[in-house]
Design a protein around this ligand. Sequence first.
Ligand SMILES: Nc1ncnc2c1ncn2[C@@H]1O[C@H](COP(=O)(O)OP(=O)(O)OP(=O)(O)O)[C@@H](O)[C@H]1O
Length: 295
Amino acid sequence: MNQGPQLNHSPQVNQNPQLSDGIAPDAILRVSHVTKFYRGVPAVRDVSFTLRRGRSLAVIGESGSGKTTLTSIAMGLLRPDCGDVEYYGDARDSADTAHSRDTVHSGETADSAGMSIINNHAALLRLRRESGIVHQDPFASLDPRWSALRSIAEPLRARGVPRDEAERQAAQTLQSVGLDPRVYGVRLPVDLSGGQAQRVAIARALVVRPRLLLADEPMSAIDVTARLQILDVLGGLRGKVAMLVVLHDLGVAQRLADDVIVMHHGDVVERGTVDQVLTHPRDSYTRRLIAAATL
Ligand SMILES: Nc1ncnc2c1ncn2[C@@H]1O[C@H](COP(=O)(O)OP(=O)(O)OP(=O)(O)O)[C@@H](O)[C@H]1O
């Protein structure tokens, strides 16, 4: 049930081979013609993009434009009404990339086929195992009863890593986000500032060495000074892990992302490299976002 304009293929849209519909050899995730309705109203309409290894893609748009719906679908957290998400993983681990390609979600036709359901389930598990998520509000995402070190070690413990080794890796990861594990490792979330708590949340997402990191408005719930720390930490990950970053602000996208898609009322109205879109915006909505950018 594809409704709405096919904006992904519109000649008005900035052309960018990295985000085109063809499967790039280093694609890690491909979202194809995804649509999602809530009570008959489209939240995301016919959106496609490819995320490549080591690239960072920002999804930009005002509140209600469909960013969270789209990225939740991409991460296998929400089922689309139509379209597919294909997760390729990391070709470094696979002699034949095609064999590691699984469809996470499919439309109704594929769901009715037994093999598709098995493939979907396997791909979904793999995507979840190989990805990390940083939410908007670190205090809502951290267990208030757990020390920073325990929060970070827990995903490793859940994968069967022995406690000592999990805590050693957790301490290392805490250090890598700029927090001394001897000082901050024992602290509960209540004893952390917003920026520190968000760095703990980032460390928890990174400790499992994800192939793919989703950061959903990672700075919107923390104060302005702490945002710079988060920008530094996430900016430092560019090129090292594939990132999907949900943002309101195109100025922030310039610091965190290589590529951008701009969403408006569930449609992609513009796409390209961040530099391309910032210097030659084609859509009036994008121009308004640029005028409102803070960095
Ligand atoms: N569970 C839901 N039930 C009904 N409508 C929903 C639901 N979730 C989202 N929506 C609607 O879908 C549209 C897109 O929402 P979404 O949360 O994806 O936007 P967003 O761009 O991420 O917004 P924000 O920046 O405020 O998080 C909005 O109109 C929203 O009201």
